[in-house]
Write a protein that binds this ligand. Structure first.
Ligand code: 39S
Ligand code: MET
Ligand code: ZN
Length: 771
């Protein structure tokens, strides 16, 4: 039978046990020993699940208390100097300091930067490299966890981030430094680690090299050949599996197939077509791991399709050279579908179309069994059940809604354009709102303190009635309006208290989208999200946000900004249909949001923000695929935004500041105002906006909301002055970088008080030039 394995398993815990364990430890309510015990229990549980399912090789070191890239930094001793005072203590303390920063005693050290893991909603901690970087085998976690699995009798396959991907994931802190030049210093440490694993009894080691499925510069291509030749020489006996995922190999195929390793893993979900050409070019000794079960989505595997791929491979490749797996680590899917028991949340019909991590592990094993002659007979019933599930989904009226499809066909190019050009709209909006220059606003959410979250848990348990729940939310909303008035902000928000999450909240209310009770996926560290599942044509049965916007507006004479999540962000942060192009799903969501925008306008909400923080991360991983994506994604945004009058002001918001290279797409959104995260880059981003002559209004974030630190008026003033040197002052807004939901009240009010002060000073300072 084909060998089966997984690249990695989710680690937050079926009931988010690791979230609780970490947060208890951070709060000083649990000991280091408690934390370690929780980690051990989680690992043992994951291995035993995978073993019982019948997988041949179990991943080890896929577990982490925070992030696997950070673990790699610790393995190779890439610890920035500011953390060196923690090197002698408990390894977990150093790990958490690098992840979260460290403020204690005389120490005030900022964390490593966090950024998105390829096109997922997972964040990793960016390694920092300096010119004098010297690596060493610092953390032995991978060996320790290998021994732990071995002691339990498991066939364990240690997993490491491969050396080339590791360097490419990092950032050079010295501008002259080329990350890849560190390879020579890094490889000896990988060699030592691999040797230690071999000495401990490891037979196979998995090295993750997702960059092999990305655009590579010539230096990176050379680095791959060099690195794997060096590792081969260092551990000639150890079997190495290089894992590629999140895309196909394309022009890197010959490179990947030429690496002197024992096995290559292919993502056959993102890159099904590569199988034929890889089979044709495969060196005889190379084992292929077929990633056929989707590790990025929650749909049941289509056995008929997978079996065609397996048969194609079997026809050209000896059985002992074929492995079977999921396309990538299962980190990006929820734990276990069997935890979803409430049929009014996830209906049996839809549930029958789904597979979470445990079910995907079972699918991998079942597909391997079905690939043998005996298996075909033994597992006939499973095969038939799978076929039935596929047919049911293909034909279900839950999925296919003719009214939605008809509405989409009626969309005309005019629907994706505002009535007038920006200058006309700007004049109409200024005449309507009479805002001062440098208007102040916030991005939407205010502190979601534990009491608000608890309220929702009580409602779910039935300890509160809906009336009681909403009454408390009204109190909260009224309070936040009064606080904003007292601070002197110009454009207010309702605070988003009624939302568990900016995407899940809309997923709960739209037809064609469902949600889960326990479908948590790690976002970063102990934080998770429950991505909605878009299973069918999307439609808005009724207004979703008007009630709270309207309630908030009634509490004040100042304008309250309506708050919506945009179609691309809903798409990107959900599990999406795999039976139609993303573009079509985006357009359906856009139409639903458009109806909401129009209803808000009708309810006299004159300023409406449509958040698109995920527009940038939705970019395809290969540059060649960018133009098509940018075209349909900006069109979907405009479809959502363009149903309103000229004097209704549309805002959008984006965080994660790396959009220098998509500025034309951002301009194509034609939002009247865009608020962006800029403070961490010291307004560098604005220079790109200026060079591009970005025409509409901009609110460059003046402070980072990720830390409780209260910014001084001076530093925010300096940032705004810097902004005003490159952007016309009359087009500038003053606001934080992002929403304030993860903050506490004291620092929030202190920071906003300073921010309003800055706006007032700016108005005086720039008055002569603005007249
Ligand atoms: N979908 C999405 N993706 C995103 C972002 C985002 O905001 N949304 N932002 C970026 C990532 N940033 C993030 C920032 C914070 C959290 C976060 O705080 N998550 C919370 C969960 C938020 C949530 O959905 N809360 C629910 C459920 C809360 C909960 O856990 N309740 C407890 C009970 C609480 C109690 O009794 O005290 C339970 O059910 O057990 C709610 O408010 O209703 C967490 O992990 O703790 C996640 C991502 C990028 N990707
Ligand atoms: C990740 S972007 C967040 C935007 C949202 N309106 C908020 O303020 O939380
Ligand atoms: Zn944001």
């Amino acid at each position: 039978m084909m060998t089966t394995h997984l690249l990695g398993y989710p680690r937050l815990g079926a009931r988010r046990e690791m979230k609780r364990a970490c947060e208890q430890y951070w709060a000083g309510k649990a000991s280091l020993e408690d934390l370690r015990e929780a980690g051990r229990a989680q690992r043992h549980y994951n291995w035993s699940v995978q073993q019982q399912v019948g997988l041949d090789w179990l991943p080890v070191n896929d577990f982490s208390f925070y992030d696997q890239v950070l673990d790699t930094s610790l393995m190779v001793g890439a610890v920035p100097e500011r953390f060196h005072f923690l090197r002698e203590g408990a390894p977990e303390e150093l790990l958490f300091a690098m992840a979260r920063g460290y403020q204690q005693g005389d120490h005030d050290v900022i964390a490593l930067e966090m950024t998105k893991w390829f096109d997922t909603n997972y964040h990793y901690l960016v390694p920092e490299f300096t010119a004098d970087e010297s690596f060493s085998f610092f953390s032995t976690k991978v060996v320790d966890e290998f021994r732990e699995a071995q002691a339990l009798g498991h066939a364990a396959k240690p997993v490491l981030v491969g050396p080339v991907s590791y360097l490419l994931l990092g950032k050079a802190k010295d501008s002259e430094l080329d990350r890849l030049s560190l390879l020579e210093r890094l490889l000896p440490v990988y060699a030592v680690a691999l040797q230690a694993l071999q000495d401990a009894g490891a037979e196979w080691v998995q090295l993750d090299e997702p960059f092999l499925a990305m655009d590579l510069c010539p230096a990176a291509t050379a680095a791959y050949s060099y690195a794997y030749r060096a590792l081969r020489r260092a551990v000639p006996e150890l079997k190495l599996l290089v894992a590629t995922y999140f895309g196909d190999l394309r022009e890197n195929q010959s490179l990947a197939l030429s690496l002197p390793v024992d096995a290559l893993h292919l993502d056959l979900v993102r890159g099904p077509e590569q199988l034929a050409s890889v089979l044709a070019e495969r060196p005889e000794a190379l084992t292929l791991s077929l990633g056929l079960v989707d590790g990025r989505n929650v749909w049941k595997n289509d056995f008929a399709a997978s079996r065609r791929s397996i048969e194609l491979a079997q026809a050209q490749c000896p059985a002992d050279k074929l492995w079977l797996s999921a396309s990538c680590s299962l980190l990006h899917v929820p734990f276990d579908l069997e935890q979803e028991t409430q049929e009014d949340v996830l209906t049996p019909e839809i549930k029958n179309w789904l597979a979470f991590a445990k079910q995907k592990a079972e699918e991998v094993v079942l597909l391997a069994r079905l690939a043998t002659d005996e298996g075909k007979a033994t597992y006939r019933a499973a095969l038939d059940a799978n076929q039935q599930a596929m047919d049911s989904r293909r034909q279900s009226p839950l999925v296919h809604r003719p009214t939605v499809q008809q509405r989409l066909r009626q969309v005309t190019p005019d629907d994706t354009r505002r009535q007038s050009a920006f200058p006309v709209r700007q004049a109409a909006q200024h005449a309507r709102f009479h805002l001062p220059y440098f208007p102040t606003t916030t991005i939407g959410s205010f502190p979601q303190t534990p009491d608000v979250r608890r309220l929702r848990a009580q409602l779910r348990r039935g300890d509160l009635t809906l009336q009681q729940y909403e009454a408390t939310l009204e109190e909260k909303t009224r309070d936040v309006i009064h606080r904003q008035e007292a601070l002197g902000l110009d454009v207010l928000v309702h605070g988003e208290y009624e939302r568990n999450d900016m995407v899940e909240y809309f997923g709960e209310q739209l037809d064609g989208i469902t949600f889960t009770e326990h479908g948590w996926v790690q976002s970063y560290g102990s934080r998770g999200v429950k991505p909605p599942i878009i299973f069918g044509d999307v439609e808005r049965p009724q207004p979703m946000t008007v009630r709270w916007a309207d309630f908030a507006q009634q509490q004040t004479d100042k304008p309250v900004k309506g708050m919506l999540t945009g179609p691309i962000t809903i798409l990107q942060w959900s599990f999406v249909r795999n039976d139609q192009p993303r573009r079509d799903t985006a357009r359906q969501i856009a139409l639903a949001i458009r109806e909401e925008v129009v209803d808000l306008e009708r309810a006299h909400i004159g300023i409406i923000q449509i958040d698109e923080p995920a527009l940038r991360e939705g970019l395809p991983l290969r540059r060649a695929d960018w133009p098509a994506y940018l075209d349909w994604s900006t069109e979907a945004f405009r479809l959502a935004a363009s149903g309103v009058r000229d004097d209704t002001q549309i805002h959008t918001h984006m965080c994660y500041s790396e959009f220098n290279d998509i500025l034309d797409a951002i301009a194509a959104l034609d939002a009247d105002v865009i608020t962006v995260e800029t403070s961490r880059s010291q307004m560098e981003l604005l220079e790109a906006f200026a060079a591009f002559a970005y025409p509409n209004e901009i609110g460059p974030g003046v402070y980072d909301i990720h830390s409780p630190r209260v910014p001084t008026a001076e530093e925010m003033q300096a940032l705004m002055e810097k902004a005003a040197r490159v952007i016309p002052a009359r087009n500038l807004w003053v606001n934080p970088d992002c929403g304030l939901k993860t903050r506490g009240w004291p620092e929030t009010e202190a920071a906003l008080r300073n921010m309003v002060l800055v706006a007032r000073q700016l108005r005086e300072e720039y008055a002569p030039t603005l007249l």
